[in-house]
Design a protein around this ligand. Structure first.
Ligand SMILES: C[S@@+](CC[C@H](N)C(=O)[O-])C[C@H]1O[C@@H](n2cnc3c(N)ncnc32)[C@H](O)[C@@H]1O
Length: 318
């Protein structure tokens, strides 16, 4: 799925800094789940505060064939999109609700999940001719990866309540935003206090013996919250933004409570991006996007290494 704050653009850099844990993998703000899918841990607990998202994962895990059939009944037209958007998800049985969620995600504008004050999905139609909402092969692969996974619709702290020694926890909150934009994020319960609470949870998980990894925007306030931790900058393209220019030059932080050197290959083969049912244009888009992201990642890594080298030379000289 497309998801605001998706880690697709920095996935290889994140996976290179994680190893499948000896214990369980916790991802309590799982969103589109790309990190979980890339890591492919044997035992996992996934969660999110978004109930529709978690319910959708439950259906993918437990009833994927019914979901594939339900998605087959949808068509990519503006009229159908508006009719489906007008449905109240709570009135639908779980499989239909999950199909509605995936259909709207794939055919709406920019893959945003946004609800109005009354909780109704209100993103306009995207008009993407090749929107691939009937990707049965990928759904089946995701279903297989979700087998045995515990899914929790809960606040982040509640989701990781039983994490302990040997467990790996990946935290990916809504990005910290400067005070003006913060007003928007407050509605999602993630203003400055949310980030302070999360930093306290990071410390708590550290004391409990977990390995903890956290992503966030590169802002002085975030750096201050995690002073003393291993902090790295990942350069990326902000994947969901109305203004294409604002997608470029985005920097985010990867923060850890351990300092293993990056691994050269990711722990698991990622799910295929292009499936036989995806159009050639979509597959090409995905390939180009990945190529550009990889180049950016490489450039950022080279810049980081040369800055470290210069700093070392200065230290040696003085
Ligand atoms: C930046 S997104 C995660 C993106 C994800 N890593 C990906 O690659 O798609 C943040 C997620 O946190 C969830 N969230 C926000 N507040 C939360 C809370 N208090 N507890 C749990 N999840 C929360 C949102 O619903 C959203 O899915």
């Amino acid at each position: 799925m497309k998801w605001v704050g998706s880690k697709q653009g920095v996935l290889s850099a994140i996976l290179a800094r994680m190893a499948p844990p000896t214990g369980r993998y916790f991802e309590p703000m799982v969103g589109s789940g790309v990190v979980f899918l890339g890591l492919a841990p044997e035992r996992a607990v996934l969660g999110d505060a978004n109930a529709e998202l978690v319910d959708c994962y439950r259906v993918i895990r437990d009833d994927v064939e019914a979901l594939v059939r339900a998605l087959d009944r949808h068509v990519n037209t503006r009229e159908h999109f508006l009719a489906v958007r007008a449905q109240r998800p709570e009135d639908l049985p779980p499989v239909e609700r999950a199909a509605r969620f995936i259909f709207l995600n794939k055919t709406c504008f920019n893959g945003l999940y946004r609800v109005n004050a009354a909780g109704a999905f209100n993103v306009p139609y995207g008009g993407i001719a090749h929107a691939n909402f009937r990707d049965a092969a990928t759904l089946r692969r995701v279903s297989a990866r979700l087998e045995g996974v515990s899914l929790r619709c809960a606040d982040v702290a509640e989701c990781v309540r039983d994490a302990g020694p040997g467990d790996l926890v990946y935290l990916d909150p809504p990005y910290f935003a400067a005070p003006r934009a913060e007003v928007r994020y407050r509605a999602q319960g993630f203003g400055v206090e949310g980030h302070e609470r999360l930093a306290a949870l990071f410390d708590d998980l550290d004391r409990r013996g977990c390995r903890v990894v956290l992503s966030n925007a590169d802002a002085p306030e975030v750096r201050a919250l995690y002073r003393g931790r291993v902090v790295e900058v990942l350069a990326t393209r902000r994947p969901v933004n109305r203004d294409a220019r604002a997608r470029d030059g985005w920097r985010e932080l990867l923060i850890r409570n351990y300092d293993d050197p990056p691994r050269s290959s990711p722990p698991a083969a990622p799910l295929a991006v292009a499936t036989p049912s995806a159009s050639a244009a979509q597959a090409l888009d995905a390939l180009v996007e990945r190529f550009v992201e990889d180049l950016r990642g490489l450039a950022a890594e080279l810049a980081r290494q040369s800055i470290a080298k210069v700093a070392q030379t200065r230290r040696d000289d003085s």
